[in-house]
Design a protein around this ligand. Structure first.
Ligand code: 0R9
Length: 646
């Protein structure tokens, strides 16, 4: 843990800055947690978990546990030193009350250290308190148990007091809270999968820290303990579970730069696929747009491998270098840096801007990689051969791309034959529905508003992007139609300012095949149009599952089983029939408009980069070479994959 330790010794309660009241947080929660949707709700959990992780990274705790109970009360507990309980000189109240009631109080951690929560969100405990119906803190230290309770947005209800003795060996902090339903209007119900996946990710990113997850809700109790002694090395192994590694080792290095206090960890392995899974993190937060840590990694990998190739006659003196792209094929890697003062750039703040990080990654990863190749010539040879093949394919792809580009110039009239374009030419107002199947495509074309809604029907399944090399992808007619219709280029050439529609809506049947096509589409978009997803331009249409009707009259459309139950309750004794929609094809154009196309009534789910990442994972597994995980998935999800032809 030495490479990630934080010096807390210089921290005194005086450093706490008293800034502003919690009322401001309740007035404009979005300013502090981004959104009050389900995402914002989970943000509260991450804030408190981050504080526990900070204590563990400081070397004082080994465990953080998270529980969610029936009533969506969250409990986070660590076994660290216990939060400070003494009276704070500036405020005259206890330090723990201060950090939970004063905005930014937890903020300044001595300086020179990195607090993982100081990253993208890092708003602190007081914001969680402000947005909670009630919040309780229990502290165990010096053989005593202390307790404080706040309610209604952070008001002290029960000031800190000693409530009894505790086991003299027990130390730690426990925070319990119930999010405030008046702030989180969409509800305070947590999502099992969201919590599970992020907690597992935090455990992967912080080797040796045990993270327990207890889900104590009616839908079935579950407990997990995530503990990875190998950290991101195990993360890479996990990502490659669905792949066939072509080298046995997972390369791993870590180190810290004393001057800047930047800590770097890199793990990588090559597999037999043609796609890459490379994720860069700063202070435990994914940076989807990369930045200096990722640039440093790619640059160093290319530099070291090219040098090795030249030194060992894999490349002749005058041969062109292998490019960074050539080294991407089949690469699975995690780059994780910890920085005391990270700067995030870009519209969505998803890019690490600190230039010094690149230098540190260059040094730490470069030294390691150079030595690894020298000591493992057999592995070096495998990587070089893979990269050389990729370089040849790249030249072929370039040619194919030029041909496609010529064929798909943006001139009007050059649009694909199947595209039913809209009249409006302002992308901001334009939408394109990618529709599964011809009959649904026909209904959608008739039902849409042709001024701003374009329809592109897809026939059959799009090409298996996992197995196909880039240049083959350009041969596929369905894919070419999409590339042309979007108009923004593909892969590294994507320019979202040229995107012809600001809403790309995937519309598939609400059945197994539909889900499969949706996964395929997301994977394709994730691999080749990532900035379009990141820009928030991709949506999934949610067609209704049921119609309640009486004779000719539609009473209500229901978009989920829960909604159906609600409707049944609402209509009570009244007589009505229920139709279950099996596919989009069953709806006539006007119904399709009413339920799925009309902006006034439709439900669209915006696709986040995490959704796309998940789709990509599932997809790799379903399409990859490894049979075992696929079998497991199919057995586990038999109801879902029954008719899947893969
Ligand atoms: C349940 C999640 N855990 C926490 O929120 C948590 C905060 C925290 C902490 C300290 C120890 N454990 C913690 N768990 C701590 C203690 C001391 C000094 N620094 C940190 C100490 O005893 O001297 N703190 C987080 C912020 C603060 N403490 C502080 F600002 F109050 F100091």
């Amino acid at each position: 843990m030495s490479n990630t330790s934080i010096d807390h010794d210089n921290y005194t309660s005086d450093d706490i800055q008293v800034l502003e009241g919690l009322e401001a947080v309740r007035k404009r929660p979005g300013m502090y947690i981004g959104t009050t949707s389900e995402r914002g709700l989970h943000h509260l959990v991450w804030e408190i978990v981050d504080n526990g992780i900070d204590e563990a990274l400081a070397g004082y705790a080994t465990k953080v546990s998270v529980s969610v109970d029936q009533d969506d009360v969250v409990t986070v507990e660590d076994n660290g030193r216990g939060m400070p309980t003494e009276i704070h000189p500036k405020t005259g109240i206890s330090t723990v009350e201060t950090i939970f009631t004063v905005l930014h109080a937890g903020g300044k951690f001595g300086g020179g250290a990195y607090k993982v929560s100081g990253g993208l969100h890092g708003v602190g405990a007081s914001v969680v308190n402000a947005l909670s119906k009630w919040l309780e803190v229990t502290i165990y230290k010096n053989g005593k148990e202390y307790f404080v309770r706040f309610s209604n947005g952070g008001h002290v209800e029960q000031p800190l007091k000693e409530v009894g003795p505790c086991d003299p060996d027990k130390t730690g902090s426990k925070v319990r809270f119930k999010a405030d339903g008046e702030i989180f209007k969409e509800g305070t119900v947590y999502n099992y999968t969201t919590l599970y996946e992020r907690l597992r990710q935090i455990a992967f990113l912080n080797k040796g820290i045990s993270i327990e997850f207890h889900w104590l809700k009616e839908d079935g109790h579950q407990s997990h303990n995530f503990l990875y002694e190998g950290g991101i090395k195990e993360y890479v192994a996990f990502l490659n579970e669905t792949q066939t590694p072509i080298i046995e080792d997972i390369l791993y290095c870590d180190g810290q730069d004393e001057e800047t206090n930047i800590a770097v960890e890199v793990a990588l392995q090559y597999n037999s696929s043609y796609s890459e899974q490379v994720y860069a993190f700063c202070n435990n937060i994914l940076t989807p747009d990369g930045g200096m840590h990722l640039d440093g990694f790619r640059q160093t990998l290319a530099r070291v491998i090219n040098q090795y190739a030249k030194d060992n006659n894999f490349l002749k003196k005058d041969d062109a270098n292998l490019s960074q792209d050539d080294l991407k094929e089949g690469l699975t890697a995690i780059i994780s840096v910890k920085h005391p003062d990270p700067q995030y750039e870009g519209q969505t703040k998803g890019k690490l801007g600190n230039a010094e990080v690149k230098i540190v990654v260059n040094k730490i990863f470069g030294d390691y990689m150079k030595r690894y190749l020298l000591e493992n010539p057999a592995v070096a040879k495998i990587i070089l051969e893979k990269a050389k093949t990729a370089a040849e394919a790249r030249v072929a792809a370039q040619k194919a791309r030029e041909t496609t580009r010529r064929k798909s110039s943006l001139e009007l009239g050059n649009m694909p034959g199947k595209l039913r374009d809209c009249a409006n030419r302002n992308p901001e107002f334009c939408e394109i529905y990618i529709v599964e199947g011809n009959s649904a495509g026909g209904s959608a074309t008739q039902g849409r508003n042709a001024d701003y809604q374009a329809i592109l029907p897809l026939r059959g399944k799009i090409l298996n992007v996992e197995k196909a090399r880039t240049h083959r992808i350009f041969d596929n007619a369905e894919i070419r139609s999409m590339i042309t219709a979007f108009g923004c280029g593909i892969g590294d050439d994507v320019d979202v300012t040229k995107l012809r529609y600001h809403k790309i809506v995937i519309m598939t049947d609400a059945d197994v095949d539909g889900a499969h096509i949706c996964t395929l589409m997301l994977t394709f978009l994730y691999r080749f149009f990532r900035p379009v997803i990141e820009g928030g331009y991709v949506y999934i249409a949610m067609p209704p599952l049921y119609k309640l009707f009486k004779g000719q009259k539609t009473l209500r459309y229901c978009y989920s089983d829960e909604e159906l139950e609600l409707a049944k309750r609402d209509f009570g004794e009244e007589k009505y029939d229920i139709q279950r929609y099996k596919g989009l094809g069953e709806m006539d154009p006007s119904q399709l408009w009413e339920t799925t196309l009309d902006p006034e009534h439709r439900t669209l789910k915006r696709v986040s980069i995490e959704d796309a990442m998940d789709a990509d994972q599932v997809f790799s597994m379903l399409m990859g070479d490894e049979v075992e995980p696929r079998k497991e998935f199919i057995v586990e999800n038999a109801h879902f994959v029954k008719n899947l032809d893969i």
